[in-house]
Ligand binder design. Structure first.
Ligand code: 4AD
Ligand code: MG
Length: 478
């Protein structure tokens, strides 16, 4: 058996002394031909390996370079040096894999995040990305724990679908038809009858519609899977492939929906705070250093950990869309013409508006409800005013929209007439409408963009730095 090692995280936490251990990992630094900082990814902390002077010849020591992989057998002892409680006095060192120092692109210094994106296959070996991906894991685990504790069922919705859940037409097509010599109908259009599924299909933009089918039988479900959007948005918060969590609940109205979303967000943040303390502190320090580069007025008032504590300990602000517009129009920011996009009732809130509301005005997460029906999806429940729908978006400081959700239109006639108005193919959606025909119930749900959540918790400003291999316009490397 090869893997008889102790993980560095466990070793650093253990009280064991003067015992033999085996550790394996990658070299971070090697000082004075004597001290190796070894890291195995279980924690950001390295274990110090002490190489007895004169134990190895020079040609061997030269191979202990940054990112070489080692198996070290040695004795755990109290450390006399500063910065660590223990160290491992090496008895034997085996080089599992050399790393050519001339060619290895990471140096023990700070690299820009942009540069690291170009070597995303190696960026896991940096402190920053180690911390981000351990926290991402914790958040994902907490998602399942939260819903499991509440008796929700994890539903796997299809990746390949024939419907456009959001009706926004931002889909990647899925087809096995040849690009040249594509089979055509008489009118020149593509003959999808000859395609793999016998119809046009695409990658899913949301599992919601299928989620509704299950929720109207199992009561409470959630999905957690990849979703795909071919929107050409080159921003710090858009990906073409992102992960979304979509709970869907029967017997919920919009207020129940808001309550659940708020509780859920607080729960997963708390879980990361309890389980990833060191990584969060590391990222908080990183953020603080970065903030120092910014002018005083742009610096955030709270540190990362402080911000997270504030969010879990305070109620989210709840306002209507109409109130949001009033706040924006009456702001000095608006009067001084500082918004790039105009503000009036009916507009889709731009990210500058969302950020003004959460960062300048309320200084906390905000839930906005009652959006104009024209800017929202066909399935949202129509309010009695005839103008707005029971939509809710949650806006987070530094991120903007992190959750989008709604109470669903459960009344068949109202749903059908809205679909007709919006040119949604009613016949094709017979299966969706059947839930309104057979035992329809008030129900609601929302979608949390997982990467935006990871951004919020880690303080990373670019969404490309919280997913292992980002997919963005003109970029699908690795
Ligand atoms: O607001 P959206 O489009 O809502 C839906 O898809 C609904 N079907 C959800 C539901 O009610 N079940 O997307 C939900 C969230 C957004 O608030 C945002 O956090 C995230 O998904 N999101 C993206 N994240 C990264 N990159 C993109 N291109 C995203 N588009 C949406
Ligand atoms: Mg949305």
């Amino acid at each position: 058996m090869f893997n008889k090692r102790v993980k560095i995280k466990d070793l650093l936490a253990s009280e064991a002394r003067n015992q033999e251990v085996v550790v394996m990992g990658w070299v971070r630094t090697f000082r004075n031909n004597q001290f190796i900082a070894l890291n195995d990814g279980s924690t950001n902390n390295n274990v110090q390996i002490v190489v007895g002077l004169g134990l190895y010849d020079d040609s061997f020591l030269k191979r202990i370079t940054t990112s070489a992989s080692l198996k070290v057998t040695g004795e755990v002892v109290e450390s006399l040096g500063k910065g660590q409680k223990i160290e491992v006095k090496a008895k034997s060192i085996e080089i599992l894999g050399d790393s050519d120092a001339e060619k290895f692109p990471l140096q023990p210094k700070k690299h820009s995040l942009e540069f690291l994106r170009e070597i995303a296959h190696l960026r896991f070996r940096t402190n920053t990305f180690g911390a981000v991906f351990r926290i991402r894991h914790s958040l994902a685990f907490a998602v399942h724990r939260f819903f499991n504790e509440k008796g929700f069922f994890y539903l796997h919705t299809p990746i390949i679908t024939a419907s456009d859940a959001e009706g926004a037409g931002e889909m990647f097509k899925v087809s096995t038809l040849p690009f040249d010599n594509t089979p055509r109908n008489e009118d020149g259009s593509i003959n999808f009858k000859e395609d793999f599924f016998g119809r046009a299909t695409n990658l899913t933009v949301s599992g919601q519609l299928e989620g509704e089918l299950a929720a109207t039988a199992l009561s409470e479900i959630y999905t957690f899977g990849p979703t795909f959007r071919a929107e050409n948005s080159n921003t710090a918060r858009h990906l073409a492939e992102f992960w979304m969590i979509e709970p869907e609940m029967a017997f919920y109205d919009i207020e129940d929906n808001m309550n659940l979303a708020e509780e859920f967000i607080k729960y997963i943040i708390k879980y990361a705070m309890d389980n990833n303390k060191e990584d969060l502190e590391f990222l908080a320090q990183r953020m603080e250093d970065e903030e120092k580069q910014k002018p005083q007025t742009e610096r955030s008032e709270m540190g990362l950990v402080e911000k997270l504590e504030f969010v879990i300990n305070n109620n989210f602000e709840r306002i209507t869309y109409t109130e949001a517009i009033d706040i924006l129009v009456n702001s000095n920011h608006y009067k001084k013409k500082k918004f790039q996009y105009d503000v009036k009732w009916g507009i889709d809130l731009q990210s500058e508006h969302e950020r003004f509301l959460v960062e300048k005005h309320f200084k906390k997460p905000v839930i906005v409800t009652g959006y104009p029906k024209e800017i929202k999806a066909f399935y949202m429940r129509q309010n009695d005013d005839g103008k707005t729908v029971a939509a809710m978006d949650i806006l987070a400081p530094g991120i903007g929209e992190i959750v989008g959700g709604s109470q669903r239109e459960e009344r068949l006639e109202k749903l059908e007439s809205r679909m007709r108005e919006m040119h949604i193919p009613i016949e094709e959606m017979w299966w969706y409408l059947d839930t309104r025909r057979f035992g329809t119930v008030p129900h609601a749900g929302f979608g949390l963009g997982f990467e935006r959540m990871v951004q919020f918790v880690t303080g990373m400003t670019n969404i490309r730095d919280v997913i292992a291999f980002p997919r963005t316009p003109k970029n699908a490397e690795f």
